[in-house]
Each structure stands twice: as C-alpha cells, then as structure tokens.
Ligand binder design. Structure first.
Ligand code: TRP
Length: 331
C-alpha cells in the first residue's frame, strides 16, 4: 500500500490533444505524477454523449489519446492509464449517485449548457444531461484527492464534491471529497485570436504536429492589426502571438515586448521565435511518441495493464459502497 494521495483525471477520446490541453491540465499531470498516485481515465463512455452515432472512431481515438499521454511524458510505470467503459463499477456507482441528484441542478450546469448549445441540442439525451454524475463516479471510485483539469470542469467538480457529501451523509463516510487543480493557463486563446484553442474551431496546434505544421500555423496567427511596417511601434497587449510568448517563452518575453513596442522586431521574426519555442516544447514529445508508434503493441499492453490495475481499485471501492448502502445481501 502506498501512502501517497491520489490524482484522477481524464479526457474524452475525441481526437488529438493540443497545446490547450497541455497547458490546461496535462502539464500538471506530468509534473505531479511522482508526487501522487495517478489515474488517468480515457472517458470513452463520456465521449459517446456526443459521438453515439459514430462509435467506430472510439477505438482509434482511445489509442491516439493514450499515445498523446505517453508522448507528453506520462510514465506508464508510474501513472495508471485506464479505459472507462472497461470498468463497469463506474457505471454502477453512477446509477446510485443518480438516485439523489436533481435534474434541475444538472440542467443548470453551465458547462453542460454551453456544450449543448455548441452541439445544437434542442433536447438533451439522458446520457448527456447526466454525464456530470458519471464523471463524479469516475473521480470518487478511485477516492481521488485531487483532480487537475481545465476551468470548464469546475461545475462538474463542484457537483462531485456535493455528491460525495450527500453520499457520506446518507450512508457511511466511505468516499473522498476531491479538490480541483486548475492549470497555469486555464484557457489558452487560439492563435486566430478566438477565445479558445479547440479542434472544432480549427485553430489548434496538436502535440503531434510536425515542425512544419507548427511553423505554418504560427505564421498565420493574428497580431496587432495596426502594425503594417516592421518599424511601426507594436502593441503587445492586444497581440495573440505575444500572449503565447508570455506562456511559452518566459525567457525572452520581456525583450520581445520592448523590441515590439519600439518597432525593433517585426511580426514575422516574432512569430519565427515563437514557432521555434513551441517546437522545442514538442520535440521531446516527438521523440517519445516515435518509440510507441514503432511498437504499437506496447500501447495496448499499457492500456490493458492500467485498466486492470484501475479495475481492482474500483472493485474495492464498490465493495465498500455496497456495504455502506446495505445492499451486499449475501455477505
Ligand atoms: N469532462 C472531461 C472533459 O471533457 C473529461 C473527463 C471525464 C474527466 N471524466 C473525468 C475529467 C474525470 C476529470 C475527471 O475534458
């Protein structure tokens, strides 16, 4: 038995991970994986909330996200990467949580509301409306103390905490109330100046992008529109590229700021420096990724072993839950 506290976090496998995921929560997971006992859940059932009509992509996307995790530096000997649908106890616990969770509370969840709008749902399915309940089960079945996620997940974490308090109060105090840890950059702006980097907005730089792809995307970024000639004084405070320098290039950012304001560095040079810097961040990921793409059985083995390890923890918690609720009839 380890005495370390636990982390649980996860993502829906709906495509490649991008820099927004990285600075929003993945970097935290990588950083904390040795301090905490870490479980990383590939939430394929939750992905079905919006992708129920194309489940054929789930298998590909599950392997893709696992590869992204490993490339980003999650160490499979330390962190447990597991698949949600293969741990049925999660769905069982969600059913019990559903008994005392109010539909109105779910309907008012701001993240659920904005996602429903984004997907154009006029009516919500039962599974979609209820996914935050299932997410509370994801977290609590592992008795996680800490959940590193992006800021859009705050309402779900608040619900999970409430559910734990209610459960512990109704039955017996067997569940752990999780804390939330938001990344240093809770929401990365898109290089096109849109509020968020996202696959659906088509403005993402992926962790799996080549140097050339990164360079092209950065060169197409929006900058200070008032600046036409290199010698025009720039306004970094309204420039998206400068926003990125602040996040990804702390060593050069103050120099770039003064050079820009005084018209000593042009936007093209400034973008080239950013592209180089992003490339330096992603390069070690490419190196690690190569080891896995050259050996795809390895990813499969990691997922099988991780899911089995996680399943064992989930079985244990469900035993305690049944006992707390008095529904372990034949004991
Ligand atoms: N809802 C999260 C997202 O969209 C994914 C997720 C599923 C998750 N289960 C989780 C995050 C448990 C943290 C903990 O990104």
């Amino acid at each position: 038995m380890t005495s370390k506290q636990r982390i649980l976090t996860g993502d829906r496998p709906t495509g490649k991970l991008h820099l927004g995921h990285y600075v929003g929560s993945l970097a935290n997971r990588v950083k904390l994986q040795h301090e905490y006992e870490s479980f990383i859940l590939i939430a394929d059932v939750q992905a079905l909330t919006t992708n129920f009509d194309n489940p054929e992509n789930l298998s590909r996307d599950t392997f893709q996200i696992a590869e992204d995790y490993l490339a980003a530096g999650l160490d499979p000997d330390t962190a447990t990467i597991c698949i949600q649908s293969m741990i049925p106890e999660i769905h069982e616990l969600a059913a019990y949580f559903g008994m005392f969770t109010s539909v109105n509370v779910l309907r008012h969840n701001p993240t659920v509301k904005s996602e429903a709008q984004q997907h154009g749902f006029s009516d919500m399915t039962y599974g979609f409306l209820g996914y935050p309940v299932s997410q509370a089960a994801d977290i609590t079945i592992f008795k996680a103390h800490l959940v590193p996620v992006g800021e859009d997940q705050i309402p779900h974490l608040e619900l999970a905490r409430k559910i734990v308090r209610r459960f512990n109060d109704l039955y017996q105090p067997v569940l752990v109330e999780p804390d939330i840890l938001i990344g240093e950059v809770p929401r990365l702006v898109g290089l096109d100046g849109k509020t968020k980097m996202s696959k659906s907005l088509n403005n993402a730089i992926y962790l799996s992008d080549s140097s050339e792809e990164i360079r092209k995307k950065v060169m197409g970024a929006v900058t200070d529109p008032a600046r036409i000639h290199k010698s025009d004084p720039g306004h970094p405070e309204i420039c998206t590229v400068f926003e990125y320098h602040k996040i990804f290039n702390p060593g050069e950012v103050s120099q770039i700021e003064s050079d820009c304001r005084q018209g000593r560095i042009g936007c093209v040079d400034c973008k080239k420096r950013l592209a180089a810097c992003l490339d330096t961040l992603v390069e070690p990921m490419r190196e690690r990724r190569r080891q896995y793409t050259e050996n795809p059985d390895r990813v499969r083995e990691i997922l099988i072993a991780g899911t089995e390890r996680a399943h064992e923890v989930a079985r244990q918690t469900m035993g305690e839950v049944r006992e707390a609720m008095g529904i372990d009839y034949f004991k």
